[in-house]
Design a protein around this ligand. Structure first.
Ligand code: HPA
Length: 270
């Protein structure tokens, strides 16, 4: 695996002169930010050696090397979800490659169901912590030399970056929520009983991504920052039918706010 990671990183370095220290996973809600990136080089995932093969038709992701507000950035447009059938080594392969490329800070976004009764659709939640409920652990197996066998997780989401996000939100008068993200495999959305259980367990929002990537980034010693867009509500009495389209629509509406926070974070933190 380590050989494959190094081969992929070498291939990328041969194809771009950019050496960014910051990466963004452009999850749901960050399409707007993608448009702001001045693209220098862009690689379709299928053209990158050893990158997982995309299972979703018409969903070919790409790795972008570019500039955002004068800063060099690496952006993943499209991520690999566990529910698509990838194993955890595949889901987190790009993060390992990022580390090899010298990435020091990872920014992540996602869409999530809100279980905290104070949350509303369209809220933005800074991820303070997570609960990993994926059935497979991304660090299972032979330990990678990037970090210890039993990694500390007391600060999975870098406090300094959380503080910066709070400051930016205050300055821009953007209302943000904060909470714990529960990572589950999907692809089903939750039953009312499951939303209730995850809330009792300590979760404020639930979604199908982010946790594996953040665990591996943390194991690689990167600083991490995550934002959830609350796209539907899993609170007893308020639960209505939810579809992927509605999730997308709710996320799209918050795009300008998301882009604003993330852009500012990247400019000030790197
Ligand atoms: N549950 C899981 N994943 C999600 C949800 C949800 O309610 N909303 C968006 N992604």
């Amino acid at each position: 695996m380590l050989t494959l990671i190094k081969e992929t990183a070498s291939w990328i370095q041969e194809h771009t002169a950019l050496r960014p220290a910051t990466a963004i996973i452009l999850g749901t809600g960050l399409g707007r930010l993608a448009e702001e990136i001045e693209v220098i080089e862009s690689f379709a995932y299928q053209d990158i050696p050893h990158f997982p093969i995309s299972t979703v038709e018409g969903h070919s992701g790409r790795l972008i090397f570019g500039r955002l507000g004068g800063k060099d950035v690496l952006a993943m447009q499209g991520r690999f979800h566990y529910y698509e059938g990838y194993d955890m080594k595949q889901v987190t392969f790009p993060i390992r490659v990022m580390h090899e490329l010298g990435i020091r800070t990872l920014f992540v976004s996602n869409a999530a169901g809100g279980m905290n009764p104070d949350f509303s659709i369209g809220d933005v939640m800074l991820i303070k912590d997570h609960i990993n409920l994926f059935p497979e652990h991304p660090l299972r197996g032979k330990n990678f030399p990037t970090g210890p066998r039993f990694p500390d997780m007391s600060e999975a989401y870098t406090h300094e970056l959380l503080d910066l996000a709070r400051t930016i939100a205050r300055e821009k008068s953007i209302k943000v929520q904060e909470g714990v993200y529960v990572g589950v495999s999907g692809p089903t959305f939750e039953t009312p009983a499951e939303y209730k259980m995850y809330h009792i367990l300590g979760g404020d929002a639930v979604g199908m991504s982010t946790v594996p990537e953040v665990i591996v980034a943390h194991h690689c010693g990167m600083r991490t920052f995550g934002i959830s867009i609350i796209t539907d509500i899993g609170v007893e009495g308020k639960i209505v039918e939810v579809s992927h389209e509605e999730v997308q629509k709710a996320a799209d509406a918050v795009q300008p706010i998301m882009a604003d926070i993330m852009r500012e974070m990247i400019l000030r933190s790197c």
